[in-house]
Design a protein around this ligand. Structure first.
Ligand SMILES: [Zn+2]
Length: 216
């Protein structure tokens, strides 16, 4: 079982781990800071033992991630039991952390304008985050107000916390202000870290709306 250090400290960008399994270019480690795509959040990018990681895949389900398997660019010369250094791209992680927290904040703040909507998709990439949901009216006119409200909330430096569930080992709870939702992603400690954001409405077909979030 891979210990998820990206949960304990989402700001760590380098750590040492012991190799537990090697299968051609695929490796597993006893612990990791390297996030694997989950809950719409993109994987980190970086190296293990100096070799580029081309894919990170979690095994198990979101409440119980057994392992993370990393596919390296080439077969490693290191062996099972050896220690390796994991490095991730700090700028990419910073953007993913900021945008993931921003996406949750957007979800809750948008309820003041449009009520509780049915989410049909979401994605957190380093360039932007998006939230897709069912809604009958185009949101163009609302976007500037929502953006103002969101930037005001961010500036207030509201604390963000992540806690493990008492009963399920890999279930994590995100909380901020009076909001709480299950989430396995990496988050900021306080909304002010996100900095100002820009929102954009995208037409994705009748009865559906997409809002994209960009960091400034
Ligand atoms: Zn989340």
């Amino acid at each position: 079982m891979t210990q998820k250090k990206f949960w304990e400290d989402p700001y760590l960008t380098q750590c040492t781990a012991t190799v537990t399994e090697i299968n051609g270019p695929k490796v597993k480690l006893d612990q990791t800071i390297f996030f694997a795509f989950s809950g719409g959040q993109a994987s980190d990018e970086g190296t293990i033992g100096g070799i580029n990681v081309i894919e990170a895949v979690k095994q198990g389900d979101k409440e119980n991630i057994i392992d993370i398997e990393y596919t390296l660019e080439k077969e490693p010369s290191f062996k099972v039991g050896e220690k390796v250094i994991i490095k991730i791209d700090p700028d990419r992680r910073r953007k993913l952390r900021n945008l993931h927290s921003a996406a949750h904040i957007l979800y809750y703040l948008s309820q003041d304008f449009i009520g509780k909507v049915k989410i049909i998709g979401s994605n957190i990439a380093p360039e932007k985050a998006r939230m897709d949901f069912l809604y009958e009216k185009p949101l163009n006119e609302l976007i500037p107000q929502l953006e103002t409200k969101m930037n005001a909330f961010i500036t207030q430096n509201n604390p963000v916390t992540m806690k493990n569930d008492d009963s399920k080992s890999d279930l994590r709870w995100w909380t901020c202000s009076e909001w709480k939702m299950p989430c396995g992603g990496t988050h900021v400690r306080s909304s002010g870290e996100i900095g100002p954001v820009r929102l954009k409405r995208v037409n994705i077909g009748k009865g559906k709306e997409r809002i994209e979030i960009f960091l400034q």
